[in-house]
Design a protein around this ligand. Structure first.
Ligand code: ADP
Ligand code: MG
Ligand code: ZN
Length: 597
């Protein structure tokens, strides 16, 4: 109620202000107001050209400056002056009574603005609606791609064969809903694409629509959530309503987690609205008949925080994993994106794929794009291996910042630090070979880096491999200590990584003899199967203490091992660091030569 009253008061104020301005404007029009005495003065000097005598004012013109033919208009308030006419005649001024029609002017200056404002009022009112509910807000913001607009097909999505296979059945259904209907089969309603960011979930959903040639409603989870309570729910309702008219079609909710977070989780204000929206989504998903040909797809990279109710049968009961691609997948993705650029004959995408473990589709698209840009900058007619290699480096660690100035001492520290990582990796049995050591600073955090060349993708790691990784992580810091006798802050990241590996070995993988084959971490991935409320510790303080001790012991032991390796090979450490300081980058063959000296 209060809001509306306020609204009217402001509105009225605005109206009056506007009217006053227009009124003043109509009347002024660069007419000079002068006192009667001045008018008389002009008259006696013979400067007045003509006058119109109105009811209570006299309008007139004085002769302008010499040369200008146009007179200067003035207005003067009428005074009781019976001699005026005689004087006008005496000075031969042209005079006339004015057919002033005051109400015409009033009409222009008062009534017209009123009409305009009234029109504006009506337009606004229509939008807002008489009940004060904001009707247009409740309309879904979903972007609708008609069936000819979705040009993405399965050919554009590579390296996710399993996900594609699962979706083929769905496409079949969308193409031919009658077939399924006649058999009375039950088609799943909701498909949830789960995977890390950039693996192509959004792309895959659009490809499904493109393959099935059906309309595609696309909306992001966050777009449902608005300031006003109830708007999100109304939008959900409207979305499903519209979809029903377009069936068969796909509703795609991207970033479902923005909307589908576990209810009752946060007590901060504003979650009410999200809960309402989520509830409405659950209601709609239960309510519609999938045999009509509406399929709801959604994507998330955080399935563990989704409300369990969303994953119950009849809702998003099909979960499709869209994982990071393996080497073959990466090669295929590179091929997809390489279609857009001209590649040199010598380019071997397999090699690029082998150098980019852990990259997702979006990263690989980025690599190809960067390479094309580099090629253009170098005036090349086609993109070659050097461009692709450099593009990888760029994507790996942000843009190269050669211009960043590092002091001589800092460069030395970084060189020894990276050499330490690289040497430890070389002299341990269970590690990947070093591909490249660089002390060119990249991005904000990394001052240098060492890249390894894994032979194959890894899904399992043995204890010895993990221990060796731990060694590599500590290699940088230990090298600094051996050479300079003190450490810098540059090893911060490494220590974090080392601690993380050690903790996981103890807590998750049961690799500590002392604590035994127990895992102390609830597996988060399966959280969405139970109610998933709270991820508290489920072990005692005493155990926590012992875990800490074990982690510390593991790291201390590793430290000794690393120190021994680096002290034994100190000559190589120094040699490698020197070459690095000189060349900034040491790669493959050259590296092998240095360490085998
Ligand atoms: P997500 O939704 O999983 O975060 P996107 O679908 O938005 O990822 O992917 C972003 C971009 O990365 C896509 O537009 C595409 O260019 C590229 N991309 C990602 N995955 C793939 C893939 N599997 N095949 C081809 N290109 C991909
Ligand atoms: Mg996405
Ligand atoms: Zn390091």
């Amino acid at each position: 109620m209060h809001r509306r009253i306020h609204f009217s008061v402001w509105y009225l104020l605005g109206v009056f202000l506007l009217i006053a301005i227009i009124h003043g404007f109509v009347n002024s029009q660069n007419t000079e107001r002068i006192p009667y005495s001045k008018f008389k003065e002009y008259l006696n000097k013979g400067l007045v050209k003509q006058v119109y005598i109105g009811v209570d004012v006299i309008h007139g013109e004085v002769i302008g400056e010499e040369g200008s033919r146009k007179g200067k208009p003035f207005v003067v308030a009428k005074v009781d002056d019976p001699d005026l006419v005689r004087e006008l005649e005496k000075h031969k001024v042209e005079y006339s009574g004015q057919f002033e029609n005051p109400w015409v002017k009033e009409l222009v200056s008062w009534v017209l603005p009123m009409l305009i404002l009234f029109a504006v009022w009506i337009v606004v009112f229509k939008k807002v609606g008489p009940g004060g509910s904001i009707m247009s807000f409740a309309k879904t913001k979903a972007k609708l791609y008609s069936k000819d607009e979705t040009t993405v097909t399965f050919d554009d999505v590579a390296g996710v064969e399993e996900a594609k296979e699962e979706l083929i059945e769905l496409i079949d259904f969308l193409k031919n809903p009658d077939k399924f209907r006649n058999l009375g089969g039950k088609v799943p309603k909701g498909f949830l694409l789960i995977g890390p960011p950039g693996t192509g979930k959004t792309l895959l959903a659009r490809a499904v629509a493109g393959e099935a040639k059906v309309p595609f409603f696309s909306m992001s989870g966050s777009e449902f959530v608005e300031m006003f309570v109830g708007v999100g729910a109304a939008r959900v309702r409207d979305l499903f309503h519209q979809a029903q008219q377009k069936a068969p079609c796909i509703i795609f909710i991207d970033e479902l987690d923005a909307l589908g977070k576990t209810r009752g989780g946060s007590s901060l204000g504003g979650h009410d609205e999200r809960e309402q929206t989520l509830n409405q989504l659950l209601v709609e998903m239960d309510g519609f008949d999938s045999r009509k040909g509406i399929i709801v797809m959604a994507a998330t990279n955080r399935p563990e925080i989704l409300d369990p109710a969303l994953l119950r049968p009849g809702r998003f009961d099909r979960q499709i994993l869209v994982d990071r691609p393996d080497i073959n997948g990466r090669e295929k993705i590179l091929q997809v994106h390489a279609r857009q650029v001209k590649l040199g004959k010598e380019v071997d995408l397999r090699v690029i794929a082998s150098r980019t473990p852990g990259f997702v589709g979006a990263d690989l698209a980025n690599v190809v794009n960067e390479a094309a840009l580099l090629g253009a900058r170098r005036n090349k007619s086609e993109v070659g291996m050097p461009e692709l290699e450099e593009a990888i480096d760029r994507v790996v660690a942000g843009l190269e910042k050669k211009s960043r100035i590092m002091s001589k001492k800092e460069r030395e520290i970084v060189a020894y630090h990276e050499s330490g990582h690289a040497l430890v990796a070389t002299f341990l049995p269970h590690t990947d070979p070093v591909h490249k050591v660089s002390i060119i600073p990249r991005g904000i955090a990394a001052l240098g880096y060492t890249q390894y060349l894994p032979g194959e993708d890894r899904y399992l790691m043995t204890k010895s491999e993990l221990l060796d990784r731990l060694c590599i992580a500590l290699g940088g810091r230990v090298a600094e200590e051996i050479i300079f006798g003190e450490v810098s802050t540059g090893a911060h990241d490494d220590l974090q990584k080392a601690t993380q590996i050690a903790r996981r070995m103890v807590k998750e993988f049961g690799m500590s003899e002392r604590l035994g084959l127990v895992t102390f971490e609830r597996e988060r991935k399966s959280l969405f199967l139970d109610n998933g409320l709270g991820v508290g510790k489920d072990y005692s303080e005493q155990t926590a203490y012992e875990i800490d001790l074990e982690v510390k012991r593991l790291i201390d032991e590793t430290y000794d091992r690393v120190k021994e390796i680096l002290e034994t090979h100190r000559d190589k450490l120094e040699h490698l660091a020197k070459v690095l300081l000189e060349k900034e980058v040491v790669e493959g063959e050259e590296f092998k030569r240095i360490v085998s000296l």
